[in-house]
Design a binder for this molecule. Structure first.
Ligand code: SF4
Length: 439
């Protein structure tokens, strides 16, 4: 019975975004964050910048991010002023230590919600305080229905190298039912412009298991994705985190009331991702993580790989997450606090967690396991530890379950491991972190 319940898509998070879990990050640890910002950088640690643009045309029913759908043009200007000020404050921190930005990521929300004029002004001001001309990658997330050709032209002019299109599904009814703002035809229009303008890399995001998904439609989605031939495809399995429209609809139901909608169970979602992997590999794509396939092995995802290898990152914008010199940091999570603190020229830090050396090792190991490959020598060199000893029992247990293979110099996920990596990872957490809610 417990096993059956586990295989339904219940309420809660399954995705492991970081370690230790966010519920252990506390305001009481902010002095550690300030000390980290005031220190010199660890030699050889790359620095990145994440910028959160929290506006969306409407709220998707599965979304749990900090987003606003009711802000006017004046509010947007207030927010962008605060964001530029925050980046300027970070630029003055000793921990920058003369490092150029290695990667930049505009996430959301919907960064492409901003008008061309707002984007040009924002990026010009940002580059004045923290230039990214030498960055290896500048990613910009887009909702297809917010794009126009001239807006994409502005992004290209400002140095965006990687466009990530939140397509999620190609079917009109599924997009509509799940509360997505864009429509099928807007996908093709946006994609065509991105190709014509010659962006280095276009990533397409899909979600396996949106409400209303069927085998036939999923196969169509993969076929249409392959016809577009993007450099990179990212596929997430649908979850029902707390505080989404869907979860709230389920929570108010009486015990005997039927659910108004169904999300496919985990085995079905895994079967859909498995199918996608097969089709894409047959078309020449390579697996670059449990969620991402790339058209050419040379296609990189610098933001992900930097973070998963312990890079520093200033997380800017309301409720954003960052990591600096061994300390996790999250900004305050309300608009009012964010704007108020920056108005006072203070970094809007909300909570932090200094990560102990053993936790840093666990963090990098579990995040890199998501790529499907752990390099034993990398961990020996960086942490002075043999992961085959430290995590040997856990690896052997997962190997016995068919989720990974252990070699002399590497640990590799099997296909079954890739399909459910997030639910395997808590086995490596320290005991006090295992049973808590992730957020
Ligand atoms: S577009 Fe993205 S950030 Fe905005 S509501 Fe939908 S899922 Fe959330």
């Amino acid at each position: 019975m417990a096993e059956v319940a586990q295989e339904q898509t219940g309420l809660g998070n399954y995705f492991v975004a970081n370690y230790p879990p966010f519920s252990f990050w506390k305001p009481a640890h902010l002095p550690a964050a300030r000390a980290a910002l005031a220190s010199s950088p660890k030699p050889g640690t790359p620095l990145g910048l994440y910028l959160h643009i929290p506006f969306c045309r409407k709220r998707c029913k599965f979304c749990y991010f900090r987003v606003y759908t009711d802000k006017n043009a004046r509010d947007v200007e207030v927010y962008l002023d605060a964001l530029v000020k925050e980046v300027a404050l970070y630029a003055r921190q000793p921990v920058v230590g003369g490092r150029p930005l290695h990667y930049v990521y505009f996430g959301g929300g919907t960064p492409s919600y901003l008008s061309e004029g707002q984007l040009r002004r924002l990026m010009t001001r940002l580059k004045e305080v923290m230039p990214w001309d030498g960055a290896e990658e500048v990613t910009f997330e887009c909702e297809p229905g917010t794009l126009q050709e001239h807006k994409l032209e502005a992004l290209r002019d400002m140095g965006v190298t990687r466009l990530s299109l939140g397509i999620e599904n190609f079917d009109y009814n599924i997009l509509e039912y799940n509360g997505r703002a864009h429509r099928t035809e807007e996908i093709y229009r946006a994609y065509g412009w991105a190709r014509d303008l010659g962006f280095d890399q276009v990533n397409i995001d899909l979600i396996a298991g949106m409400v209303g998904e069927t085998w036939d439609n999923w196969k169509e989605c993969i076929k249409k994705t392959l016809e577009l031939a993007p450099e990179s495809v990212t596929i997430y399995q649908m979850e029902l985190p707390y505080n989404t429209v869907f979860s709230k609809e389920l929570k108010v139901l009486g015990q005997d009331e039927p659910a108004p909608f169904a999300v496919a169970d985990w085995p079905t979602k895994r079967a859909w991702v498995d199918y996608a992997f097969d089709e894409m590999i047959a078309a020449g794509y390579a697996v670059s993580s449990a969620y991402t396939l790339v058209r050419d092995k040379k296609v990189k995802f610098v933001y992900r790989d930097s973070l998963w290898h312990g890079a520093d990152m200033f997380g800017t914008g309301v409720a954003s997450f960052g990591h600096v010199h061994g300390v996790h940091v999250q900004n305050v999570d309300t608009w009012e606090d964010y704007v108020r603190l920056l108005d006072r020229n203070e970094l809007p830090l909300g909570r932090a967690l200094p990560v102990r050396p053993n936790e840093l090792l666990i963090r990098e190991m579990i995040l890199q396991l998501k790529t499907g490959h752990l390099d034993v020598d990398y961990f020996k060199e960086k942490f002075g530890k043999d992961i085959l000893d430290v995590f040997g029992a856990g690896f052997r247990q997962l190997a016995a379950g068919g989720f990974l293979t252990i070699e002399d110099d590497a640990v590799k996920l099997t296909r079954q491991g890739y399909l459910q990596v997030d639910r395997l990872l808590p086995a490596f957490f320290e005991p006090q972190h295992r049973t808590t809610r992730y957020t």
